[in-house]
Design a protein around this ligand. Sequence first.
Ligand code: ATP
Length: 370
Amino acid sequence: SSPKVNAGSGADLVLTGISKHFADFTAVQELDLVIPSGTFIALLGPSGCGKTTTLRMIAGLEAPTSGTISIGGEDVTRLPSHKRPVNTVFQSYALFPHMSILENVAFGLKQRKDKDAMAKAKAGLEMVELAHLANRKPAQLSGGQQQRVALARALVNRPRVLLLDEPLGALDMKLRRQMQVELKKIQMDVGLTFIHVTHDQEEAMTMADVVAVMNQGRIEQMGSPRELYELPRTAFVANFLGKSNLMEGTVVADAGPAIVVDVAGQRLELLKERAVTTEGKIVVGVRPEKMRIAELDRTDFQHAGNQLVGTVTDASFTGVSTEYLVDVPGVGVVGTFTQNLGQDPARPGDQVRMSWEPEYTFGLGANEDL
Ligand code: ATP
């Protein structure tokens, strides 16, 4: 088993009202973030949303225009980068080519005259399972191995918080998936707080305990991968993490724990606790795989919960499932997946009924950009 580099107790990271302006451009806006010790958090969002700028402010490589940053209870807002208890792993590994990987990992420790530099470097390489290659030069390692050396080099400095800026971005897809699993395992072993910047939603969902979805310099929503997927609170989150059907409607009745929404003449129900608003205009959402689809004239079909009727415009067989696009009058095109059970329930041109349970439905604000 791996040695613990840092017990990390109480190593909370707290950002309070952090903003960053570049001239008249606002890259990060009034960000508030509290990260408990030992959390693997992913900052997820499209290019330009402010992820890297946020990470660089935590690292001390960029000064916030306003707000404060504290790490482990200490206000570090004005501390220079090298005095902060953080380390960053970048996409480019920046290993010294003429040194062995052991020397690479020991380098920072030796600079600081750490007498145990070599022993700590060896322990670091053991942690990333590269001790057997300690005497090789970086060029003699694969991309994934070099990335692990960079990780070991950061971990031996005993940061309270490890920052990862798209660290797997340069790796091919297969290696990337493999490293995601390994990185997560190392994080659990060392128990450190990891802050991982990525624009890859699958990567964020697989690795992180908590995902903060960023858009235009703000955190749109933060939660466990499952929470974000099951209950997105904005159209941006609903569309950025997987596929969603979003339909505009109006609340027409109160049914106790639920509300009834009119969507183009069809009545859909959803739970109040899953709706951002419970009156007036609303956007009703449902994930495609939560819906069942059946021919309209099927009599043995159990009509449960919410239903929409339309005409199939496209059916794509993907192996595991078939994806249907269904044109619903007054609503538009609705997508639904059906698990492949060897029989296609519908073909283009067929009239179909889609149905799903109210508890899989979510409600968003009507001012959302669909
Ligand atoms: P990516 O995934 O492409 O790296 P990101 O979410 O990490 O994107 P940032 O690098 O944080 O985005 O940049 C946020 C915004 O701030 C971008 O519009 C970028 O052009 C702008 N920006 C970043 N650094 C500077 C700078 N030094 N001067 C001016 N604008 C900047």
